[in-house]
Write a protein that binds this ligand. Structure first.
Ligand code: BES
Ligand code: ZN
Ligand code: ZN
Length: 523
């Protein structure tokens, strides 16, 4: 069953993917500010309160800092910024004040947001900036931790996907190349940041994958990106069409059959806990529809281009595995992604077709646009049969209905297990990828009974996200804790957010990493 694709030359992939890839913001750590010309960011607490370094700087500037603050509406409220250009008596190009609010309650999440706000404010000409994380005697968070999380926030917010922009003028491109975090205990800050940097790399990978258009990223090429994680010690298995046919994955294959791009199913196995190699792994499963046209139940044209992001669940799973492997997490985790393109054609699946899944259960495909659940039905089954996981979390841009219910703020959470559900909710809060749980139950389950097969792939108009989850639950074996995250509203944002710019968010990468860190990782 194991097979690495024939044309999988990693070096070729590397060459291709480095072309035009934006240079990541470089993060450095130092004890103090640097000499010379650069921008300086300084943290200020609520009520215009300057910390140790702020007071020193204000003195050096002859009180110009406090005068500038008084002349503005800047109060030091959370994430507020004030830019002072070319302050006299220094060689600084600009001084950016960034508010942390009440220093006594400022936590790691807040400092990540503060880092994000600073990165957004550093939109000038400077290639170099120093971020001075000041000390306030009321703070409960160690300054090193504050600096590490500010660095993470700055890096996440600085992500850009501009490889296809060939005509950008220099003033349209981000100038900032290096951000140096200056704080007390900077060596500790640097050590705390090291794993966060790996998480940022997982986020960047997921955002890259989600941002790529469907003509570049289709099942085979997405599988190649997953395969590249073998460099980190991840065991990657790729199943092709023939192998999936043998396993009876006709639901997944039915979705793929209308496309000239062949499907793939990829398993990424990270065995970071050597002592517990035989212990059942945690399993993440992602929907990877590289383009969802709707198939014969064709979507309307307006906005259809957004459906390149219908593989965001798969991207989150791949990004999370990259983060876990990158930071060498002491846990055994499997990521599985079902990769297909959903297209209409003479060979496409019809409404009314009946398919037999790998589990043996049959499905009447009433609507070919409800394809994500068909892909997941076989991927979830494969996950359980192959890896006997201790729990499964699937992520999918599954329904438009979840966007109606929750907008773009929360992802929907559906689960057969209260403990797993609580662990996920808590992890989500910690990384600000928040979840809201929905009910499941027999009354909803009945709505997907079919007159011709074991089930149909759509319910009635109401409770669309719940009936989709009920459908998935029919492929979960009794006793396996399972949760489904519907990320249709959170995987892509039309506006800048504290830790991301408009576009792909990589929602789920940090959440899954935190879930593992808090609950499944050996110390
Ligand atoms: N990929 C879509 C869901 C989606 C919608 C993702 C908006 C991101 C943004 C999914 O495959 C789909 O088309 N679902 C249908 C289901 C319906 C036919 C029961 C939907 O939500 O309309
Ligand atoms: Zn669809
Ligand atoms: Zn879809």
């Amino acid at each position: 069953m194991q097979r690495l694709d024939k044309f999988s030359s990693l070096s070729k992939l590397k060459k291709q993917s480095n072309k035009g890839v934006p240079v990541m913001l470089k993060i450095a750590f130092a004890a103090d500010t640097l000499p010379g010309q650069h921008a300086l960011v300084l943290t200020v607490a609520a009520k215009r309160k300057l910390g140790e370094q702020g007071l020193k700087l204000d003195k050096k500037l002859g009180g110009a800092l406090s005068r500038a603050v008084e002349a503005s509406h800047f109060t030091g409220a959370k994430e507020q910024t004030l830019t002072i250009l070319a302050p006299a008596k220094t060689r600084l190009t600009r001084l950016v004040l960034v508010g942390i609010g009440d220093a006594a309650v400022a936590d790691a999440s807040l400092f990540a947001r503060v880092g994000g706000a600073a990165a957004a404010a550093l939109n000038g000409k400077d290639a170099q900036a120093v971020f001075l994380v000041d000390c306030f005697k009321e703070s409960k968070l160690a300054v090193s931790e504050a600096a590490a999380h500010a660095a993470l926030g700055a890096r996440l917010r600085s992500y850009r996907f501009d490889k296809y922009q060939t005509k950008q003028k220099p003033d349209q491109k981000p100038a900032l190349k290096t951000l140096t975090l200056a704080s007390k205990d900077f060596a500790a800050a640097k050590a705390l940041y090291a794993p966060l940097d790996k998480i940022a790399e997982g986020v960047a990978l997921a955002r890259d994958l989600v941002s790529e258009p469907g003509n570049v990223l289709y099942p085979e090429t997405l599988a190649q990106h997953a395969l590249a994680l073998s460099e980190l010690g991840v065991k990657v298995t790729i199943l092709d069409e023939k192998q999936m046919k043998k396993l009876g994955m006709n639901a997944l294959l039915g979705v793929a059959q209308g496309s000239v791009n062949a499907p793939r199913l990829v398993a990424l196995h990270w065995q970071g806990d050597a002592q517990a190699k035989d212990k059942a792994p945690v399993c993440f499963v992602g929907k990877g529809v590289t383009f969802d046209s709707g198939g014969i139940s064709l979507k309307p044209g307006a906005g259809m281009e957004a459906m390149k992001y219908d593989m965001a669940g798969a991207a989150a799973v791949i990004g999370a595995i990259k983060a876990l492997a990158g930071r060498k997490a002491k846990a055994n985790v499997v990521g599985i992604v079902g990769l297909v393109e959903n297209m209409p054609s003479g060979n496409a699946q019809r409404p009314g077709d009946v398919v037999t899944t790998a589990s043996g259960q049959t499905i009447e495909v009433v609507n070919t646009d409800a394809e994500g659940r068909l892909v997941l039905a076989d991927a979830l089954w494969y996950a359980q049969e192959t890896f006997k996981p201790r729990c499964i979390v699937d992520l999918a841009t599954l329904t438009g209905a979840i966007v109606i219910a929750l907008g773009h703020e929360y992802a929907g959470l559906f689960s057969n297990d209260d403990a797993l559900s609580d662990q996920l909710t808590k992890a989500g809060k910690g990384v600000e990828e928040t979840l809201w749980r929905f009910p499941l139950g027999d009354a909803f389950d009945k709505l997907i009974n079919s007159p011709i097969a074991d089930m149909k792939n759509v319910g009635e108009r109401g409770a669309g996200s719940i009936t989709a989850a009920q459908f998935l639950q029919r492929f979960i074996k009794k006793g396996t804790p399972w949760a489904h995250l519907d990320i249709a509203g959170t995987a892509w944002q039309e506006k800048d957010k504290p830790l991301s710019v408009k576009g792909a968010t990589a929602f789920g990468v940090r959440l899954l990493d935190r879930l593992v860190a808090d609950n499944f990782e050996a110390q």
